[in-house]
Write a protein that binds this ligand. Sequence first.
Ligand code: GLV
Length: 328
Amino acid sequence: MTDRPRVFVARVIPEDGLAAIRAGCDAEIWPDELPPPRAELLRAIEGCDGVLTLLTDRVDDEFLDRAGPQLKVVSNFAVGFDNVDVAACTRRAIPVGNTPGVLTETTADLAFALLMAAARRVAEGDRYVRAGRWRTWGPMLLLGPDVHGATLGIVGFGRIGQAVARRAAGFGMHILYHDLQRADEALERELGATYRPLEDLLGEADVVTLHVNLSEETRGLIDAARLRSMKPTAILVNTARGPVVDTGALHEALRDGLIAAAALDVTDPEPLPADHPLLALDNCLVVPHIASASRATRGRMAAMAAANLLAGVRGERLPTPVNPEVYG
Ligand code: GLV
């Protein structure tokens, strides 16, 4: 018997977080590379005081019922928390934690890498070389648009969107942004970013990069009509969440040349099956949801998720709650 809090950690995360969790709790850690199947997850959380979830684990009423009324915290190892029914947690006065801030720059790095790779056809070039097709220097080979001087449209101008703007400034890009709220003028001036209504941004941008949360308002935000309003030379970059883009419409737009290319860190469905039609297109670059995947950043996320978990099981305020209203 132990009176240490019981917690379930839904995957192996970096030691920067796990060490403190093991030291402070009676912890079960899911050992596999793949997430726990739903039935296993529901079994494992029964009677827990705290759970550390990943974006692959759905936290809903069924989950909370199975965990039981003693559950004191849901700590999500991600900045996004669309996998968590936050309202259901709030109704039960359970604080939910996320990992904001620590992954901003790393995620912006990958958004910029995807932007560069799609524009300059890096993945296609690599496939071309590996296929033994590189016969000589070619004046017409794998031409793409310039990144420097191009117009960048940033949709969602929060921490990550702004970090992308800082990188774009270094490339002499003309920066447009759209968000529900206009940034204040000082920030617009500092970042050299100009507000545009979404439809105007989509029509003007050479590259559109998405940095919105997934919510009912943003699900399907980039649909067939919006893809049609983009330039035929435009590139779409998504490091936000897959369902922000209508996948079927994106496939058609890329196939039919309505836009030039897409570079995706996130997809719908996720993972994307290897035989998915998007992967048959040369102008679609896909990486497996790795925007925050630097060693240092994943370590910081682990430490932050552990801090939220430990604060929660001790009945203390989480360092980064997404539903602070539970504290009245
Ligand atoms: C990853 O996608 C995250 O939300 O942290």
